[in-house]
Design a protein around this ligand. Sequence first.
Ligand code: NAD
Length: 485
Amino acid sequence: MGFLNESAWTGKIYSDGWVAASGGDAPVVEPATGREIGRSGVADRSDLERAAERAAAAQADWASTAFDQRAAILRRAGELINEHAGELHEWIMPETGGTPPKAAFETHVAAGECIAAAELTSRPLGQVLPTPQPQLSIARRLPVGVVGVISPFNFPLILSSRSVAPALALGNAVLLKPDPRTAVTGGILLARVFEEAGLPPGLLHVLPGGADIGQALIEDRHVRLISFTGSTAAGRQVGEAAARNFKRVLLEMGGNNALVVFDDADLELAASAGAYGSFLHQGQICMTTGRHVVHERLKDDYVELLAKKADAMPVGNPLTEQVALGPVIDEGQRDKIHRLVTDSLDAGATLAAGGRFEGLFYRPTVLDNVSRQTPAYTDEIFGPVAPVVSFSSDDEAIALASDTAYGLSLGIITRDVMKGVDLAGRIPAGIVHINDQTVADEPIVPFGGVRTSGNGTRLGGDANIEAFTETQWLTIRGDVPAYPF
Ligand code: NAD
């Protein structure tokens, strides 16, 4: 019996221990083979209501638990992820279709999220305010209470833990709803980690289910805050439901991120960075490079090099072959990718590489002769597709890179670093990397987007205090003042 103790949780949800769900159970499917590799529980509304009740009851004691005890549990959770990374990878790879480096990145960052959250417990949580009255006037941060976390399928362990860990660290209870396609990586693994780390009962509930459970989570009277990571379309529905129920909501949504390559760039390094930005984890990353905006003097050579790299990349089952790309998550996602590629070709783009698939294995694809109307350029693809457009002036580069509804991540490659800094202030983006591609994540940075990529939310480091607490104005006097009434 390994650390994950599969027999304890097969077909169950985590809600005060491993219990059978009223919603029944569902297969966990390996996209590479279509094989059932396990079963997870599926929560329904009654499971959710019970969990929320229990979480609310457990939260007060947790909030008053000494900060160093909370820190020790969070730190232990991070250590357990590192200690048992190999076993966790055995689920992450088949369930998400990830390669070994992708799985290693997931456990590394998820462990980092827990360790960073442990450190958060000892940060100052307020200010003493000037006041004209004979009193102590304090602004202090208190836990929100019960936090609902909704996470997606692509990097489920990171994207669940980056909300679950700081929310718990700051004294909240958490109801976690992972994507049902990745219930194990997005939920069950974390439940096992926190169970083993000694988190008191009732504080973390893992409730796999679809959009209906997500909506029920927002509506539940005990849940005060929702942290959602997913598509902009679903985020809009989550935001609307949260507003109707007067719930605060943290939205981390889609992106269509530009990599701007200037003509002073080293072509080989730029194309290598571009390939990584577009093809890592089959392009299923919110920060994926979705648009390559390349100076006209380099563009043709850049396309040729990127296409050569794409053609050389092995695609297949990461568990049985050494591959650069695994499968995409399901047929719906594959069909959406292929539709955007064929619509782009119909609209005049040309194929420099890829454009083909076998089963769920989509070849890394490079599109040339792309315009601002090309569907693969305008839409978030969430697949391994690299559309390339050219520009001739700085102003045109800025206009092209800004020409999107999104604003998550931006990469700028130039030897003129100060020009990069200037552009970083002029192209709307929550994250900018000068002389790097668009995909990066570290637990202590303020992660988030502008425009339709987010609602001003930043997750990570001290931004988590703002995200997962409420502010209370507290005054304290020695005596009740005399009033004229
Ligand atoms: P999705 O929006 O379809 O699903 C995300 C989660 O929301 C899932 O758990 C899903 O069950 C739930 N959900 C869906 N509709 C809902 C509704 N109406 N009410 C409540 N919950 C609902 O996203 P996806 O397609 O699985 O994931 C890919 C998307 O996520 C991409 O757009 C990507 O850019 C985005 N993403 C963003 C970030 C970020 O940090 N900004 C990170 C990863 C992924």
